[in-house]
Design a protein. Sequence first.
Length: 867
Amino acid sequence: MSGRQTEQWRGAALLGGGCLVLAAISIALSRIEGGIASLWLANAFAIAMLATRARRPGLLETGAVLAGSLCANLLFATPWTVAVPLSVANTVEVGLSVFLIRLWLRGPAGVSAEDMAVVFLAGAAGVPTLIGALVSAYMDWAAGWPVTTTFVSWFGGSVLGAAMVMPVMLLVSRQELARYASARALAVFLALAMIAATVSTLSMAHVYYPLFVIGLMLLAVAVQRSAVETALLAFVSGATVIAEVALGLVPGLDDGAAAFAGRFQPTLAITVALPVYLSLLVQRSRADRRRVAESEQLFRRAMEDSAIGMAIVELDGRIRKANRALAEMLGYTPETLAGKAFFELSHPDDAEIGPSFMDEVLAGKRDTYRFEKRYLRRDGSAVWTQLAGSVIRDSDTGRPEYMIAQVENIDERKKASETVAEAESRWNFALSSARQGVWDLDLRKGRTYYSAMWKEMLGYRENELCEDDPDLWLSLIHPDDRQKALDLESDHIVGNSSYFEAEFRMRHKDGHWVWVLDRGKTIERDENGRTVRAIGTHTDITPQKEAQARIAATAAALESEKERLRVTLHSIGDAVICSDAEGRVTFMNPAAEMLTGHASVAAVGRPLRDIYQPRDEETGEAVMLSRNEEDGDAHGRIFIERADGARSSIRHVISPIVTGEGRRDGYVIVFQDFTDARTLQRQLVHAASHDSLTGLSNRAHFMATMRALLEETRQEPGTQHQLLFIDLDRFKEVNDTAGHMAGDALLKRIATTLRGCVRRNDFVARLGGDEFAIVLKYCGLEEAEREAEMVVRAIGGVPFEWEGQTHHVGASIGIASLASNVADVDDVIAFADRGCYASKAAGRGTVRVWRPEDGGEVEPLKVAGTR
């Protein structure tokens, strides 16, 4: 057997063994006797293994999947007549899923991780799973068994298995696991796994919506940790939930495998799969941001390292950024040069050179320009420069955004040209020093002189080129540049231009191309105005052209990354607002438009506080947006108000935009709508402290309030509060004769009556059954007695009819004082309770005051009109 065959058999054994183990686990956990397993992990394992292999699966792999599923069913005493069809259905489902996944991934290369995750989950939990579920349901129908239960169990089990197994199989690799080789990384992950398992366990046991809580936890993990770690923690949470359900530890669910009949599998699948997909999106967003930063750094380095002066110029001619070479050329620093206009630095005699080119750029007639002129240095001296520039346009609209200018110092060349007439040697020396080749065209003689530097520039020795051919230079020009050079030469020869200037490529002796700047001027014309003699120079501008190409490529890459970032920000669900250093809005994504009620087109350029002004939910005061921290929540509970008046509770994060020089250039605000979460939180807090029937405070809230008031009396001696302990008279008769629904309705009426009897700052609670309590804050005993009498009369006067029959109830009240001499709250309640029972014993409808200093004797207060 060859090594390749051995590897194939080994892979098939691993595939079959994995299917066997996972199928056995699924059956043991979730199969109810007489049915199928409601959790199925084996198919997802097989799909992930087969779809990610380079080789197409064959009969060996198909047999391994079939054998694993069949053996697992037989191990659990499944009849052959059932085990074989079920195993075949599973194998067909796996094969169809693998076929679809490989078909979908056969398209363009470079499929993103998040798209691949969707493809695998869709392939494993989509059409093939539905087909498998339908086949299984048909088999049960043919056998006379319930169809719906089988279909739901099959589909739900496969979906949950795909959500649990597929992310781990796709994302976890040896390279990823190697990151946990360090003890610290492993300890952090194990701690997170323990937290995930604990939160999942406690949520399933004690939370009303446990999967919601687990999902929130995993979403938080997805934002902070890697996709691999999110997948592993999602698997831990899912496995914990499944184990807890299988062991019968979840209140409200059946014990053991019967619990899986509750059809919670799709919900759990979404809970564990969605955070993994979100983590992949976050991971991609972070990578995009890194690429943008790298592109910006590359552009910055290319500009700073350039040997010639370079600048990024605004459309109004002002310098946005200049490199050190340009600054040194003009005697400034890069910082002081920024913000100045090029035309402000022009020599007065050359002020008219340049504006016409700028006008043509703005009109869209040209994308590049080149001219020579003098600029004034900071010390007042003039410097000759050659300025070549190109305009950068918006990739979508084509409108010019800014220009990149290259400024070459040609002062020395100019001075050398001026000395040509004085001395040929000095002229040649100056040209050689400037690395410029000279040509001298004499049409009368039919020859052209080329200087040694001109020839050296192209790799030739002085005697290698024939000077009798005036068109020699044309034969060396790149074919793509030849016609342009001829046209420019023709214009100059006939007198249409004052000087000749062209950029083109010339072939070097060794075969490569050299970029040359050819500049010349006619020095003699015939009687018809045509050129007879012209002199010019060739300059090797290959380094400049290469620098231009690098800068253009960098600018294009930067623009592409900016567009990718813009699309990303428009696609995410979080609202994003960007501002500049002056606090004006520069960007809003659609989510921010929806939450603020302001359109991006109208908001850009306006002050940030006009568009986005968070306020404190409790005080309504505006929350400051400026921050000293690098990032993080600026405030805990805040809201914003839309232009139409609608409010949204939000949570936001403010991060500064810092330039390469460390200067803050604005802020990025990311915020989410938390209105529903805040509303739910308030409802939960209210439900925990109030009686669900009457809406009054419950016993727990009552006890907490009593303890706080008693502590207040100790902190401020002389302060008194009075407790009224109320027990309804004849309420049991209403319950016994009219029923509990009547009793509940009566209790609601009594609660409404009690609220109307007390002051706004007093406290009313239902302690249970027909017992109520009122705490009269900052009240003396005599006033409390009057209030109690009024309460007795009010309750006795409550008319209550139920199904045509009128019922009357009364109230007995015991009063006890909360003062600094009382030991604890339980004593006060006991005193009031004794007074209430004494009131009932005295004939009901009375008020009794408990005074501990009286030795326990209480005097009844008979209330008129009550019994």
